[in-house]
Design a protein around this ligand. Sequence first.
Ligand code: ADP
Length: 400
Amino acid sequence: MTTRDATAVLTLNAGSSSLKIGLFSAALEAMASGHVDRIGGEGSLTLRRADGALLALPDGVTADFSDHARSLATAIGALRALFPGLGIAAVGHRVVHGGPDHRGPIVIRGDALARLAAFEPFAPLHQPHNLAGIRAAIDAFPHAVQVACFDTAFHRGHPFVHDTFALPRALYDKGVRRYGFHGLSYDYVSGALARDWPALAGGRVIVAHLGNGASMCAMKAGRSVASTMGFSALDGLPMGTRCGQLDPGVVLYLMQQEGMDADAISDLLYRRSGLLGLSDLSNDMRRLEASDTPGAREAIDHFVFRIQREIGGLAAALRGLDGVVFCGGIGENSRMIRARVAEGMGWLGIQVDPGRNAANGPVISPDGAPVTVLTIPTDEEIVIARATAALSAQKEQVPA
Ligand code: ADP
């Protein structure tokens, strides 16, 4: 099938052992989603219709999850059986790192993949898997347009003062900068604000993306001016299993006194810290909220305190505050965390109305409050799908 016959858009988010797939119609309506887990292990594929209903693996589809390429082939086989005549015109990829220069999505052609591979050292736990997803998709859909959408791109307009660490200039020039991540989610929220809350969209807004990964972004007139994540996706807020902001002296101590090497420290900071490490119970906020252990309580206390502290810092970067938006699994669903974050933040104008908060918003601040507080369910897949459709339409007009 050529791109001329094909109309659907696929989105791919490839992790170390997982693959998230979104299928969109030509009109960019969500059709289905797929989630492959435990690639290289026992592997499984969960397929859902756009309304969330589970879809059974169709008869005759061979399930092979031994690597990314075979997992993608399995998922595509299932989608083709479920949607006869399906033709994929373009595939949009979530790529964690676009390096210092990419301020928006790009079409993968020429040496683009090799250039993105040069950023693997900046995000060794994510970038190689994202690129493996692109290679698998090129093999599966050689005629489709492939588009890379970067988690870093939304933040690349940061002013120098926020972009740099106080390290020798040569390291900045080599790319050791504060990049910021979760940019696709912030891009979605920025668009939703412009559409539904135009007065606020023109102002100073802090967006709190609180999920397993968590960060916050200070936006002025819809553009990122600062964020809590820095060079890696470890910085800023504590997360499910990641430490958040850490004195670099701790890393030196772990090396020099505890004899830990880079792999052991990486495992500690990415997989065994955050809510899990502090609570000694779970990385999952629902479990912590339901638990009465001191560890669970202290982990939540620390999470809330760090959010409040960073709100103070981001409000200073914005020179004031007009709005706060909560998104991500915790931000969209946890009434308790939203209420706790607002507690004691009245000095900055942040107030939460208990009834509105219990109803999950979208507005959860009282009428007339100085700061409008919202919940906005984020949607990174539709951001990828829209960018992919837009770039592939341009590419059809201008042949490579
Ligand atoms: P990811 O970063 O992996 O995309 P999500 O955005 O899905 O993660 O967020 C996962 C987090 O959201 C988990 O900690 C989960 O417990 C939390 N969460 C989801 N629903 C609720 C809820 N109703 N109350 C509290 N926390 C919730």
